[in-house]
Design a protein around this ligand. Structure first.
Ligand SMILES: Nc1ncnc2c1ncn2[C@@H]1O[C@H](COP(=O)(O)OP(=O)(O)O)[C@@H](O)[C@H]1O
Ligand SMILES: [Mg+2]
Length: 218
């Protein structure tokens, strides 16, 4: 499902965030990328999402050579295939739960019924039905988290990328995040979590833990 072939990423100023990384992940796997701050985790997720291009090497996602696609093709590939969860959720505070969750579908021009069906599915699964018209800024932390996960899941992505998803969460919310991961795994999504939270290091449904140091896999 995902392959990195000798991938290096060097930023302006000469920082080598990734140094000849090769990896292969299969469909439906849950992968944890661990490593200290600055080890290259977020850079790896950006390359897989097609948000940036490698300086060397190649990234293949679901048979698409995403590192070679022109930016607008990479963007539409990402919209259709990838769901992203960030540490700070990146929700739009003044919009409602429903509007936030539906946002990734706006460019896809789906039919009204399809939108309603997917929205109900996510609202139900993440217990947000009675909050659907509430502005996000009025939600609790746990509700915001569930809203962010629902938004990542709404386009039925093959791949979920989560960058430090529990960095701002207390233990109870971190555990509920893990429950959400299980729900997504049961839909055969391939899930990659970049984290230094030890909570993820020996979960029994994690298929693979990759440790990064100074841009290399150790
Ligand atoms: N846009 C950027 N421009 C320059 N350097 C960057 C940029 N993004 C990340 N870096 C550098 O690349 C290295 C890896 O960063 P990152 O991938 O964010 O690691 P992690 O997510 O593991 O903390 C760090 O040294 C960081 O400072
Ligand atoms: Mg990071």
């Amino acid at each position: 499902m995902i392959e990195l072939k000798n991938v290096s990423k060097e930023y302006e100023g000469g920082v080598k965030a990734l140094d000849s990384v090769s990896l292969k992940f299969s469909e439906g796997e849950v992968i944890v990328i661990k490593g200290m701050s600055g080890s290259g985790k977020s850079s790896m997720l950006s390359l897989i999402a097609g948000l940036s291009k490698p300086t060397e090497g190649e990234v293949v996602v679901d048979t698409k050579h995403i590192s070679k696609l022109a930016d607008h093709f990479a963007t539409s590939f990402r919209r259709e295939n990838i769901g992203m969860i960030f540490q700070k959720y990146n929700l739009i505070a003044d919009l409602s739960v429903k509007e936030n969750i539906l946002l990734p579908l706006v460019p896809l021009n789906l039919k009204r019924e399809e939108l309603d069906e997917r929205l109900s599915r996510e609202l139900e699964r993440f217990s947000l039905m009675n909050k659907k018209d509430t502005q996000v800024k009025k939600l609790s932390g746990g509700e915001q988290q569930r809203c962010a996960i629902a938004r990542a899941n709404i386009n039925n992505p093959k791949i979920i990328l989560a960058d430090e998803p529990t960095a701002n969460l207390d233990e109870k919310l971190s555990l509920s995040f893990i429950d959400s991961l299980l729900a997504m795994k049961s839909e055969n999504r391939t899930i990659i979590i970049a984290t230094h939270d030890p909570l993820f290091f020996d979960l029994d449904f994690v298929d693979c833990v990759v440790e990064m140091r100074h841009g290399k896999i150790v």
